[in-house]
Design a protein around this ligand. Structure first.
Ligand SMILES: Nc1ncnc2c1ncn2[C@@H]1O[C@H](COP(=O)(O)OP(=O)(O)O)[C@@H](O)[C@H]1O
Ligand SMILES: Nc1ccn([C@@H]2O[C@H](COP(=O)(O)OP(=O)(O)O)[C@@H](O)[C@H]2O)c(=O)n1
Length: 251
């Protein structure tokens, strides 16, 4: 399946004019989980940049699979159909710089830049239907571990729902990022033009409820640090994550 082309170094070329040096050691992992709108993607991205690490947004792969299923007319509730899609697709995501997500499905055009499309409401509302399948999760988790291992980066922040518990339970830094439902809806409503805060709150509550049937991302597992961003501004949230990483790495 995932004949993954992790284009991690593209961003480094653009940013620095030369490819990033490949690290000989395994990358340091910073695992971050949390519900929708807690700030995990944007805060993880800023923290990674500050630490000189890459960022792997795992939700993008679930979103891209849902996008591919909607595109091809496959039944999102049928696990075998989703596994067949995974067998056929090529997925790539940048780990440095601006996020770019691409999917190859075969056919014409072969390669689709889905960076914007996977954030649309039509995809967000359907993605829990593909992420509920256990074997789909196993296949994507294997892909995430491979992308990180092959990144050549000194460290990678990897964020999603089950990173601290399933994908990287041995990561030296594991964080659960939360915020109250009202604050999360307010943040998301600011991003989604034309939707009221009430609509957004209902949407993310419904998605969280479906997702929570599959993985627990509301309560920190033993050893996982809780960062509640309800009363933190963006900069304070980034500092909280960077502070935990520095604290752990100087122990
Ligand atoms: N601590 C914070 N204070 C204010 N706004 C924030 C904070 N964290 C994130 N945001 C904003 O909230 C929105 C949702 O954050 P995002 O990172 O997409 O959340 P998640 O990945 O958990 O769904 C973004 O527009 C982001 O800039
Ligand atoms: N590790 C992960 C990441 C995402 N997901 C699924 O992918 C969807 C989109 O994740 P996301 O992180 O992009 O969502 P937001 O929190 O950014 O809204 C979630 O609603 C889950 O259904 C998952 O099941 N496991």
């Amino acid at each position: 399946m995932e004949d993954v082309v992790s284009e991690a170094l593209d961003g480094a070329v653009g940013a620095m004019g030369a490819p990033a040096p490949a690290s000989l050691a395994d990358p340091v992992l910073v695992a971050i989980d949390g519900p929708a709108g807690s700030g995990k993607s944007s805060v993880s991205r800023a923290a990674a940049a500050r630490l000189g690490f890459g960022i792997l947004d795992t939700g993008a792969a679930y979103r891209a699979l849902a996008w591919a299923a909607l595109q091809t007319g496959a039944d999102l509730d049928d696990e075998a159909s989703m596994l067949a899609l995974l067998d056929a697709w090529h997925y790539s995501i940048t780990l440095l710089g601006a996020q770019r997500v691409e999917v190859e499905l075969g056919g014409a055009p072969a390669r689709h830049d889905v960076t914007a499309a996977i954030r649309e409401h039509a995809v967000s509302g359907q993605v829990s239907r593909v992420s509920k399948h256990p074997e789909v999760r196993e296949r994507l988790n294997a892909m995430f571990r491979r992308i990180v291992a092959e990144s050549g980066l000194p460290g990678v922040v990897i964020e999603g729902r089950d990173i601290t518990t399933v994908v990287a339970p041995n990561a030296p830094v594991r964080i659960l990022m939360t915020a109250s439902p009202e604050v999360r809806a307010q943040r998301r409503a600011g991003e989604l033009a034309g939707m009221s805060q009430e609509q957004v709150l209902a949407d993310i509550a419904a998605r969280d409820a479906k997702d929570a049937q599959v993985v627990d991302f509301m309560h920190p597992a033993p050893g996982v640090r809780l960062v509640d961003t309800s009363d933190l501004d963006f900069e304070q949230s980034v500092e909280a994550v960077v502070g935990i990483v520095r604290e752990v790495s100087t122990r």
